[in-house]
Design a protein around this ligand. Structure first.
Ligand code: ATP
Length: 443
């Protein structure tokens, strides 16, 4: 059933234009995916919510958009050139390669062959900068967005007059040459992160307080966007699991169709990054506290979430299927209905505008007037194709919270029917009161 759900989500994504394999006319490419219009809207809504929560609804965090390419010295200093590795084994028979810690036993999962001893495989993706392709031109696509934050720590602190504790948030692409990609958009080699680095005093007690605070803040963000409480949990890393930079790490895990797995990490990175960048660059990256007259290297609590993993979690959380249909019409009864119960804030299309029939000029004109009025406030879709029931189901399937139907009464009385996705309740609303009504409902 669970795996089945994964197939259903992938199929819905393809069918309705959320997500499809990249370069499909060439047979796809290395677990890369493209977001179609609805997928891009959904992902943008997730990113918007995160960005606003971090940078707009509070005054201690600012946002940043740093470049993907950085000096290779960054990755030397951060420890990624040496320590950003996963254990790799290769089958001696078919030469397929695997991530050792993903294997159930010590045999090749493809042919049963014997495996080589594990070796460390570096995940940084290499490229060349400029016209000469030699070792001096090697650069790396960033393996995590936060290094761009450390590079701008001084610049942001000084220009934005930041006082500890403060945070810097960034959303952007990261790249990892993962040995094994898996589960659709869950683990890919190109992905998007939403990362926030919170700079605090190096005081253990206060740091723990901030760690707990950010754990709660972050899980609440998912809960407020509709993730079921029973499907999300914390998992603390064992000492031998910790990344090279981490002193403490707690994963926020979601119950994906294959089981609980990481959605986001909350990490205590200590002073690892700023100290190392200070040492390697020769720049003083310490912080001077005007009040206490103390100088110190701040410690960092990081919250690191995946935008693509969030898309998958919100889709899995929202997917609902009703065998035989919710509606009583014979047409609907024959098939199962899919309802994507996304939180309104995340729904790609907020309002669908539907003239009852498409061959009545006045109805179409009125519906288009309504569409033209609403489109400046919300992402709307105008649809006149198919029976009204079929159009409702189409919108249910992509998670549209409200459908507006313009019928013959609308022409006489200046009102229309608002149909709500989850309850299917319908009510008449005056067209001139529509903007206020929707503003209230969608806020
Ligand atoms: P995993 O254990 O799944 O490899 P990780 O512990 O290496 O992940 P972090 O380095 O903590 O991941 O990255 C922070 C977040 O970035 C993850 O929680 C995840 O949401 C996202 N992320 C990391 N790697 C990938 C990937 N290959 N594809 C998609 N998202 C990823």
């Amino acid at each position: 059933m669970a795996q089945d759900l994964m197939e259903k989500i992938i199929s819905l994504c393809k069918r309705r234009g959320f997500i499809a394999p990249s370069s499909e006319i060439y047979g796809g490419f290395e677990s890369c995916y493209d977001y179609g219009f609805l997928g891009a809207l959904l992902k943008n809504n997730i990113k918007q919510s995160w960005w606003k929560t971090m940078t707009q609804y509070r005054d201690d965090i600012v946002g940043l958009d740093a470049s993907i390419l950085m000096s290779p010295k960054v990755w030397q200093a951060s420890g990624h050139l040496d320590g950003f590795t996963d254990p790799l084994v290769e089958c001696k028979n078919c030469h397929h390669r695997f991530r050792k810690d993903y294997l159930k036993d010590n045999k090749c999962p493809d042919c049963g062959g014997e495996l080589t001893k594990e070796r460390k495989f570096n995940l940084l993706m290499k490229t060349f900068i400029g016209a000469v392709e030699d070792e001096t031109a090697v650069a790396y696509l960033r393996g995590e967005t936060c290094q761009g934050i450390y590079m701008n720590y001084q610049f942001m602190k000084d220009t934005m007059r930041l006082k500890i504790p403060f945070g810097i948030a960034q959303i952007g692409k990261a790249f990892r040459n993962e040995i094994t990609t898996r589960y659709f958009i869950f683990k890919t080699r190109e992905f998007e992160q939403m990362e926030m680095q919170y700079f605090v005093e190096p005081d253990q007690k206060r740091k723990e307080k901030w760690f707990d605070y950010w754990e709660k803040e972050r899980i609440n963000w998912y809960l407020n966007l509709g993730i079921n409480k029973k499907d999300i949990r914390f998992r603390e890393h064992q000492k031998d699991e910790l990344a090279h930079y981490a002193r403490k790490a707690v994963d926020i895990e979601y119950k994906f169709p294959w089981g609980f797995d990481e959605l986001e990490g909350v990490h205590d990175r200590g002073d690892w990054d700023l100290s190392n960048h200070s040492k390697h660059s020769g720049q003083d990256l310490s912080y001077y506290d005007e009040q206490t007259k103390k100088k110190f290297t701040p410690h960092i609590i990081e919250t690191s979430s995946g935008a693509d993993r969030s898309v998958l979690a919100f889709l899995a959380n929202a997917y609902d299927e009703i065998e035989g249909g919710r509606t009583k019409t014979t047409e609907a009864k024959k098939e199962k209905e899919v309802v994507l119960r996304l939180d309104k804030k995340l729904a790609p299309i907020k309002v669908a505008i539907l003239p009852l029939v498409k061959n009545k000029k006045d109805l179409v004109k009125k519906a288009k007037e309504v569409y033209d009025k609403l489109k400046f406030s919300w992402m709307c879709q105008y649809d006149e194709v198919g029976s009204i029931g079929r159009r409702y189901r189409r919108q249910d399937e992509i998670g549209t919270p409200y459908c507006l139907t313009i019928d013959f009464d609308s022409l006489e009385k200046g009102d229309l029917t608002v149909r709500e996705r989850d309850t299917m309740k319908q009510k008449r609303i005056k067209i001139k009161e529509l903007v206020d009504y929707l503003r209230e409902e969608l806020s």
